[in-house]
Design a protein around this ligand. Structure first.
Ligand SMILES: Cc1ncc(COP(=O)(O)O)c(C=O)c1O
Length: 455
């Protein structure tokens, strides 16, 4: 195919059917049209924003697919901004990169993961061994709906002590995403059809709400967190990340917390608190949950995805009593995993792990902030990621592509916005090897180019 930028029929050209999330289906479809020669070598792909509009996908979906195919060698990010095919069917196989990938290729600075190298394997294995050795036969039956009572009790205790939550009845889910889906379906069954969500925010949860039949309304965030006054009238549910706004990293200010609770009482609404990485606050103690301030108005969601590993697929939710019966209690994660986590908590291994992880992340954050020198960073006080603002005239997507071409994965701030705004990057350091901090910073500087940073 010739210059594909002008091709108006991407939705026809690409076969997006099949299993998997959208970005995987798009990756597969693009790979297929490159491999069968429909998109010839040097064909130009549309800008991610344009293709996203054509396909009715979020821009994140398209940038993920482009990045994947750049990493595989099917596409290349050209200096400037366009993405081109660099694989030819005649050449039988992805072409050699036009310059060698950096020796440290494969550095991932996209947010999302905790430190996988430091998963507490031994202590987790001890907990599993203890469960296997001591659990009565009855525990090997089907998981109990709502979660194992032992985990529910010990987790409630943890949330009361460490997160300032007011909870008696904690239920177990597969993670925040799963718990949020259950709450959304409960909202829908109660006749609530709209949910407000922070803009920017984690778009995956918006997709979950949409799948549950809810309309999602974006509400802006500023340096004090969610602009409560901007929640449109008629909306009675809101998803927030009060302890550490994702991705900007702000904390919901005390005045906004009070305002949010006042809003919920006024509209007889539900606040859905995504407490996803609150344990990691470096410069002072973690802020407690909003749920603890008014448990009748707040559903609290959390998981071990940031504290231990998303591979465990363990999360929880505590909803106000009037919502309990509406939220589905099944399916439940494997009972033995629940018991292992209960044991892990009871033995103090979770608290020990969090203390060590906090120290490690703080040191890594300090090293990264130092290595990035005077670049304008924000959201550095907590969590596992920070935000780098780019100059107004910079194109973040081009920086992301240039970084990918150097073997460095970073995320465009626009990937977390329904409506694109000022250019910026989200840099996750949770799973960054300590030895790679300097290289990551150097590659990022190269990708940004001196002219694009806001210093
Ligand atoms: C804002 C936000 N909430 C929640 C989660 C965790 O979701 P889950 O528990 O489904 O893995 C993440 C993970 O990246 C996140 O970014």
């Amino acid at each position: 195919m010739r210059d594909s930028q002008t091709n108006p029929a991407w939705d026809v050209l690409l076969d997006l059917s099949g299993p998997g999330p959208r970005h995987e289906r798009l990756t597969r479809a693009l790979r297929a049209v490159i491999r069968d020669g429909t998109l010839g070598e040097s064909a130009t792909l549309p800008p991610s924003r344009a293709l996203a509009v054509d396909l009715g996908f979020s821009r994140w979906v398209v940038t993920q697919a482009y990045e994947q195919l750049i990493a595989e060698g099917y596409l290349a990010a050209r200096t400037g901004s366009s993405t081109v095919v660099r694989w030819s069917a005649a050449g039988a196989g992805p072409a050699k990169p036009d310059r060698p990938m950096n020796a440290q290729a494969g550095i991932d600075l996209a947010p999302g993961l905790p430190d996988l190298r430091h998963f507490p394997r031994e202590r987790w294995a001890d907990a599993v061994r203890e469960v296997l050795a001591n659990a009565p036969h009855g525990e090997f039956g089907y998981p109990i709906p709502g979660g194992h009572p032992r985990l529910r009790a010990v987790l409630a205790d943890y949330l009361r002590r460490c997160r300032g939550a007011v909870v008696d009845d904690v239920r177990i889910a597969f993670g925040v995403t799963d718990a949020f889906g259950r709450v959304c379906r409960a909202l829908h069954s109660a006749g609530i059809t709209r949910v407000a969500a922070e803009e920017p925010g984690w778009l995956k949860l918006r997709e979950v709400a949409t799948r549950a039949g809810l309309d999602v309304v974006g509400v802006p965030v500023d340096q004090d967190g969610l602009r409560v006054d901007e929640i449109p009238s008629g909306v009675r549910a809101v998803l927030v990340t009060p302890a550490h706004q994702f991705p900007t990293g702000t904390v919901l200010s005390p005045a906004r917390r009070a305002g949010l609770l006042g809003w919920a009482r006024d509209v007889d609404g539900l606040i859905i608190e995504d407490d996803y990485d609150a344990e990691f606050r470096y410069d002072r103690r973690p802020v407690g949950t909003v749920q603890g301030m008014d448990p009748a108005r707040v559903a609290l969601l959390g998981s071990v995805s940031k504290t231990l590993s998303p591979a465990l697929g363990l999360g929880w939710y505590a909803v106000p009593p009037q919502w309990t019966d509406l939220v589905e209690p099944t399916p439940s994660p494997p009972a033995l995993d629940q018991l292992a986590f209960a044991t892990f908590l009871e033995r103090g291994a979770y608290a020990r792990h969090l203390r060590a992880a906090r120290r490690r992340y703080r040191a890594r954050r300090d090293a990264l902030v130092t290595a990035l020198g005077p670049l304008p960073l924000s959201g550095v006080a907590a969590g596992l990621h920070l935000v780098l603002d780019l100059r107004e005239d910079a194109e973040a997507a081009a920086v992301v592509r240039r970084a990918a071409a150097r073997g460095l994965r970073v995320s465009d701030l626009d990937d977390y916005r329904a409506t694109p705004s000022g250019p910026g990057l989200v840099l996750g350091y949770g799973n960054l090897a300590d030895g790679s901090v300097g290289t990551a910073a150097r590659l990022l500087r190269e990708a940004i180019g001196e002219e694009a940073s806001r210093t």
